[in-house]
Design a protein around this ligand. Structure first.
Ligand SMILES: Nc1ncnc2c1ncn2[C@@H]1O[C@H](COP(=O)(O)OP(=O)(O)OP(=O)(O)O)[C@@H](O)[C@H]1O
Length: 228
C-alpha cells in the first residue's frame, strides 16, 4: 500500500513540482497517472521509488515511512519497487539475460536462484530466444519487455512505469499493456504515468490526474480527459 499525506516537492532551484498531494493506493490496484506536461507526474513517481525526497509531508510504502527510512532499509524498498522508463535504460554492453540477472546480483541473491528466476521472467515476457542478444539487437518493444522482466525479477509488490509506451508504436504498446495487465493480475500494484489517451480510455482503470502539482481528479474507472 502507498500513502501520501500532504506531500510537497520543490526542486532545489525553487521550481514547485507538487503542492499538497494526499492519496492512498491499495495493494493490487492498477492506476494511471495523467496530466499535462510539467504537471508533476514524474516527480510523483520519483518520490515513490525514492529517487527524490519530498520537501514536506509523509510517504509510506508497505508501511515503511520513506522519510524516516534508515539507510540500510533503502535496498529493501528499492527491491520492492520495480521501475520502468520510456527509454528502457538497459545496460548496452550486457546481454538480455545479464541485464535481468544483474538486478538480482545487486541484491546478492544466490546464484542458482538468479538463473532459475531470470529464465522464468524471460519466459513470461516471451524473450527466451533472445537471452544472448545485446539490447541494440532488439526492437523497441523487445527492449521494453526486457526492462519489464528486469523490473519484476525480484518480485516487487509495486511497479512504477513512467510512460512505458512513449517510444513505441500503437500495436507494440498494446502488447506491453497486456503484459502489465498480466503482472497486475498476478498480484503486483501498478502505477503508470502516460499521455496515451487510447490506452487509458480503453482499459478503464483508476485514473489520477495531476495538474500544476495537485490532484485534479481521482476516478475509479476514469478517462484520460485531455485532448493530446
Ligand atoms: N530536477 C529538476 N529540477 C528543477 N525542476 C524540475 C526538475 N525535475 C522536474 N522539474 C520541474 O518540476 C515540474 C514537474 O515536472 P515533472 O517532470 O514531474 O512533470 P511531468 O508531469 O512528469 O511532465 P511530462 O508529462 O512532460 O513528463 C516541472 O515544472 C519541471 O520543469
Amino acid at each position: 500500500m502507498i500513502e501520501m499525506q500532504d506531500v510537497w516537492k520543490n526542486y532545489p532551484d525553487g521550481t514547485p513540482a507538487l503542492r499538497g498531494i494526499n492519496v492512498k493506493i491499495d495493494k493490487n490496484e492498477f492506476v494511471y497517472i495523467v496530466g499535462p506536461s510539467g504537471a508533476g507526474k514524474s516527480t510523483f513517481m520519483k518520490l515513490i521509488y525514492r529517487e527524490e525526497k519530498p520537501t514536506k509531508g509523509q510517504i509510506s510504502v508497505n508501511g515503511f515511512n520513506l522519510g524516516k527510512l534508515k539507510q540500510r532499509k533503502i535496498p529493501y524498498i528499492r527491491r520492492n519497487i520495480g521501475v520502468i522508463f520510456q527509454d528502457f535504460r538497459l545496460l548496452p554492453k550486457l546481454t538480455v539475460y545479464e541485464n535481468i540477472a544483474f538486478a538480482m546480483e545487486v541484491i546478492e541473491a544466490p546464484k542458482r536462484l538468479i538463473r532459475k528466476r531470470t529464465f522464468e521472467v524471460l519466459e513470461l515476457v516471451n524473450l527466451k530466444n533472445k537471452a544472448g542478444n545485446l539490447p541494440a539487437q532488439l526492437s523497441g518493444g523487445e527492449q521494453q519487455r526486457v526492462s519489464i522482466a528486469r523490473a519484476i525479477v525480484n518480485n516487487p509488490s509495486v511497479i512504477v512505469a513512467d510512460e512505458p509506451t512513449g517510444n513505441l508504436d500503437p500495436e507494440t504498446s498494446w502488447g506491453i499493456m497486456r503484459l502489465l495487465e498480466e503482472i497486475n493480475f498476478r498480484g503486483t500494484t501498478i502505477l503508470m504515468a502516460t499521455h496515451n489517451k487510447e490506452i487509458v480510455n480503453t482499459m478503464r482503470k483508476r485514473v489520477i490526474a495531476i495538474e500544476s502539482g495537485t490532484i485534479a481528479r481521482d476516478e475509479i474507472r476514469g478517462e484520460y480527459g485531455y485532448e493530446d
